[in-house]
Design a protein around this ligand. Structure first.
Ligand code: G3H
Ligand code: ZN
Length: 286
């Protein structure tokens, strides 16, 4: 069934586990995430990033409609989340498109402007029953953005600033920069667990880890123990899909029916989803 991110995160935080949130690009991503979650017997978040909407010609509904239908028919609870939203017009489409939550991303702006924009977005979201996540201390390496000093992979979230930001903006969850970087294709990130501990002590909202594809299993487990309640994963699915498709087509260059290789790619993604759920939410399926 379709549920909200807020209810999944609240339950996960109380059980000291996490909810994995997977970025979807194609219909195969949607089907794979639901199949992987069903085989793990655990809830999951399907998230659509603004970049994925841009890839779809700026249109939100094709992915949103498919994800909503998949969630409604799933054997496990599935939530729909709009990820890394910078466009206000996109934010305003979220409730009617079936999203129960959004990540409003003004982290490119200087602190005061980020705070003001996020406050306005949170007020708007809460008036419509949406759960809202924001980001402070940018997780580096985001697609299409220059590696500015404040936005570098080495960026870290300051606990005092984070506390003021959460209080001032009224957001329901905060994405923190603790050493992960978006779009890593190797799992070599080392997280700053001491900083996570300080952030967790300073804040009374759930914390979100972005760029989790580059984080090794043990580091993910420790981060969940340290207070991360939502684990965002995108690139790991693309590595699985593209690797499987590449291998299939190399072995069978005569293939023309896309269903042949999309099925293989979808299966590889579903296996990755089930495996990662076992890492970040081992108790969710029991
Ligand atoms: O918001 C999306 C995530 O931060 C995905 O990051 O593609 O590096 O796993 P990733
Ligand atoms: Zn992210």
């Amino acid at each position: 069934p379709l549920v909200t991110t807020g209810e999944l995160i609240t339950a996960a935080a109380a059980a000291r586990t996490a909810v994995p949130a997977f970025n979807i690009i194609t219909l195969e991503h949607i089907e794979a995430v639901v199949a992987g979650a069903e085989s793990a017997g655990a809830p999951v978040v399907l998230q659509v990033s603004e970049n994925a909407v841009t890839f779809r010609g700026g249109r939100l509904l094709p992915l949103a409609r498919a994800a909503t239908a998949a969630a409604e028919h799933a054997a496990v609870p599935v939530a729909l989340h709009l990820d890394h939203v910078q466009r206000d017009d996109l934010l305003r489409l979220a409730p009617d498109a079936g999203f129960g939550s959004v990540m409003y991303d003004a982290s490119r702006l200087p602190y005061e402007e980020n705070l003001a924009a996020t406050r306005a977005a949170a007020d708007w979201a809460h008036a419509r029953g949406l759960w809202i996540e924001a980001e402070l201390g940018q997780v580096g390496g985001k697609h299409g953005e220059p590696a500015l000093d404040a936005h570098a992979p080495g960026a870290r979230t300051d606990p005092d600033e984070a506390r003021a930001f959460v209080a001032g903006s009224g957001v329901d969850a905060l994405a923190v920069a603790i050493g992960s970087t978006h779009a890593m294709t190797t799992r070599t990130a080392a997280l700053d667990h001491a900083l996570l501990k300080r952030l967790s002590a300073a804040l009374d909202v759930p914390l979100v880890l972005h760029g989790s594809s580059g984080v090794p299993d043990d580091e993910l487990r420790t981060a969940v123990e340290g207070g991360i309640a939502k684990v965002n994963i995108g690139t790991a699915l693309n590595i699985a899909m593209t690797g499987a498709v590449r291998e299939f087509l190399a072995a069978r260059p005569e293939t023309v029916d896309p269903r042949k290789y999309l099925a293989v790619g979808r299966e590889a993604m579903a296996a990755t989803v089930a495996r990662l759920i076992g890492v970040v939410a081992p108790r969710a399926g029991t």
